[in-house]
Design a protein around this ligand. Sequence first.
Ligand SMILES: [Fe+2]
Length: 277
Amino acid sequence: MAELVGAFAASHGPLIAREWDRLAPATRKIIDTAFTEMGDRLKALKPDVLVILSPDHWVNFFIDNLPSFCIGIGEEHDGPPEPFMKAVFPHDTLPGHAALGRHILDCALGADFDPSISHRLKLDHGFCIPLWRMGLDPIPAIVPITVNELEPPMPTIRRCLAWGRMIGEAIASFPGSERVVLLGTGGISHSIGEPTMGEIDEPFDQTCIELFSNASDADLAATLELRLQSTGNGGHEVRNWVIAHAAVGSKGFDLIDYAALPEIYVGCGFAEWRMVA
Ligand SMILES: [Fe+2]
């Protein structure tokens, strides 16, 4: 059977790519050091497949068609469509893993989830900034899974925990020898296109870090549902961290780094989950 060998999370603020050459050296160093450490840890696990959880930033879906969850089950996917991403990460296509994607879909349906599916997703900066900054070469096959965390109504935190547990079980039951790593991208706090744009809610970020470190799933769900009501809209992307957390059994995590970086509008977090309690 396939083996889920690791789970990580990282922020993906678009200014990391769009403004990289213009960022203050100290900001670049923080981002570079954290992504390099995460990349080293991920490469050491020798993954054959990455299951990546990210929001779709309006490149595949819009308000006329907006799934809560969409699983990419194609043999390949399109590289980033944003010009600022193409400039630094010039991949027209990225490899998919159709068999694992289809297996996760079948397991989801069997567990009474009703996700959307795509045979070809465009993988925007949410997927590609971590791939770019971690320096993965070659890039492993990817099963992309989008989560609606841009536009209400969004899946509840409780539902994301269940979705994560289902993904973990699906990977463990896949009849192959693949080594699989999960990567949740986004968050932590930020505020985009609203009056608080640019504000970073460090207390929210610290709450998230404490919850992922040692809270029960019930406490994590209750606390996040409450706190998400009063933080910036970008904080909703923490759902991808929640899903990764649940997929590997909610055993706590090792924070690689956290830094509030006003220059890129994001409370930047980087983490690796524990695989054993
Ligand atoms: Fe985002």
